[in-house]
Ligand binder design. Structure first.
Ligand SMILES: Cc1cc2nc3c(=O)[nH]c(=O)nc-3n(C[C@H](O)[C@H](O)[C@H](O)COP(=O)(O)OP(=O)(O)OC[C@H]3O[C@@H](n4cnc5c(N)ncnc54)[C@H](O)[C@@H]3O)c2cc1C
Length: 464
């Protein structure tokens, strides 16, 4: 490890409350791994921070030793930003305290929390905010990139509900930001990713949701994909904010809720959540549940937390994953490209998702947060996977072709982007938003210590 001496490391280890893990330590293999198996990296050390003091010391250590610094919350980064060869991983997972204030309808959560943890605490009071459709995702990277989930039309993006945060900046300051204090920093955290420092804690606005909601999935045969997509377009047009829906064009898993005859065959799943009164949910979701002959209809009343964890088993840790996304407006016009990608899917693990957006998310003005793409009604998320390295380049090429078919310049979403690169980052923000993010970056991280992310380069290092 560079010229880093044992003495320096020993000092850090002694100063920490949390654990410092090095390549020879027994827990190293587990500590270095992240959800996406495609990123098999070997950090020089992993620091499991127990509190803000550990974060301050770790940031100072990485900066003074000139080591690459990777920030990890839930470890679900698709491009592998939460691990790094020969650098420092600052792991926040042990910082998972949560405090709900039912009167003010807010929750303050440390940045190492997962959605399953935040949902469990907020649902004890019949409250929630937009979280991920997979409950093992971390709230940190998810919120800072935006946050699209089953409540996006009712409550907006997760970052729209972020009302304050604590952050450790590159120069070792511990700052608070809210709409009254350093509002420009809060603006940047609402969609600008992990560019500005280590967020240690976040405060969110909550909404009345559940504990019982109406939701689920309905499945149609793959041969009806085109009809289902057109029908989905009609069923979602003018839908109330309480209804959030998505389509998954996939291959039927050998799941007990699907007839054996369809296992391994192309299948179209339509998922939805009705966040209004559960007794109104059946009628509200009906238009989505008769788009073609139905193979299985799993809609019904269920706990909100059950819906949040429903899809978890389908996205296991360790596979090689690559995601690519494109916002778009006209689903009827895009249907040909989506169906074509589905018919040419390179393996049974690859999927094409279409999320219906708009609602509360769409009503926030584009410049109000760093998440600027608000005016498109849909987002395509192409999920390309292989069990291991075999065939990975082919699925990556398929994912790229699929989003490019919607127009190579379509805006993309930083959280559904499987690669790093300035072109992808610029494609994720309107030009004026990007320039404003550079100004905030210049102020809080002018040397780009925090560069393992969808990187906003400070003007001192950026290409002109
Ligand atoms: C299975 C799966 C399902 C997903 N589902 C959804 C979904 O439904 N909706 C959606 O919008 N997205 C979804 N995503 C994408 C997800 O939002 C991003 O992958 C996000 O980065 C994950 O956050 P994390 O904290 O788990 O990631 P990590 O890998 O821990 O962090 C990713 C990066 O975010 C930054 N970061 C994280 N925490 C902090 C912090 N505290 N301070 C500063 N920077 C930080 C760092 O740059 C870090 O490297 C999904 C991803 C996966 C793998």
């Amino acid at each position: 490890m560079n010229s880093l001496g044992e003495a320096t490391l020993g000092e850090l280890a002694q100063a920490l409350r949390g654990e410092l893990i090095r390549p020879d330590d027994p827990g190293y293999e587990q500590a270095r791994s992240i959800w996406n198996g495609a990123h098999d990296r070997r950090p020089a050390l992993v620091v499991r921070c127990e509190g803000v003091a550990d974060v301050l010391k770790t940031v100072e250590f990485a900066r003074s030793e000139g080591l690459p610094l990777s920030i990890r919350g839930g470890g679900h980064s698709i491009p592998g930003f939460s691990t790094v060869d020969d650098g420092v991983v600052l792991d926040l997972r042990a910082m998972n305290g949560i405090r709900v204030d039912p009167d003010r309808r807010t929750v303050t959560a440390q940045a190492g929390c997962l959605w399953s943890e935040v949902d469990a605490e907020t649902q004890a009071f019949g409250l929630a905010l937009t979280g991920g459709i997979i409950s093992t995702t971390g709230i940190g990277g998810f919120t800072l990139g935006g946050g699209i989930g089953w409540l996006v039309r009712k409550c907006g993006l997760t970052c729209d509900n972020l009302i304050a945060a604590d952050i450790v900046t590159a120069d070792g300051q511990y700052l608070h930001t809210s709409e009254d204090e350093r509002p420009e920093l809060l603006w940047a955290l609402r969609g600008g990713g992990g560019n500005f420092g280590v967020v240690t804690s976040m405060e969110f606005r909550l909404h009345e949701v559940g504990p019982t909601i109406f939701g689920g999935l309905v499945f149609y045969a793959g041969e009806h994909a085109e009809q289902v997509l057109h029908g989905f377009r009609q069923a979602t047009a003018g839908a109330p904010d309480d209804l959030t829906a998505l389509i998954n064009l996939t291959t039927a898993p050998p799941a007990p809720f699907l007839p054996e005859a369809v296992h391994g065959k192309p299948i179209v799943g339509v998922g939805a959540m009705w966040a209004g009164r559960p007794e109104d949910g059946d009628a509200a979701t009906r238009p989505l549940r008769g788009l073609a002959p139905v193979i299985a209809d799993l809609f019904g009343p269920m706990p909100y937390v059950a819906l949040q964890g429903l899809l978890d088993p389908l996205y296991p840790r360790g596979m090689w994953n690559y995601f690519r996304s494109a916002f778009f407006e006209d689903l009827d016009a895009a249907t040909g490209a989506v169906v074509n990608a589905f018919h040419n899917v390179p393996n049974a693990l690859c999927e094409v998702h279409v999320h219906h957006l708009g609602g509360a998310m769409g009503r926030v003005p584009s410049g109000a947060t760093a998440f600027g793409t608000r005016d498109r009604e849909f987002i395509l998320n192409v999920v390309a996977r292989t069990p291991d390295a075999n065939g990975y380049p082919d699925v990556v090429a398929w994912a790229r072709d699929t989003t490019d078919a919607l127009g190579p310049d379509a805006a993309s979403y930083v959280n559904f982007t499987g690669e790093a690169g300035e072109d992808r980052v610029r494609a994720s923000y309107p030009k004026d938003t990007y320039e404003r993010l550079v100004t905030v970056k210049d102020r809080y991280d002018p040397t780009n210590l925090f560069r393992l992310n969808q990187n906003i380069q400070p003007s001192t290092t950026a290409r002109r």
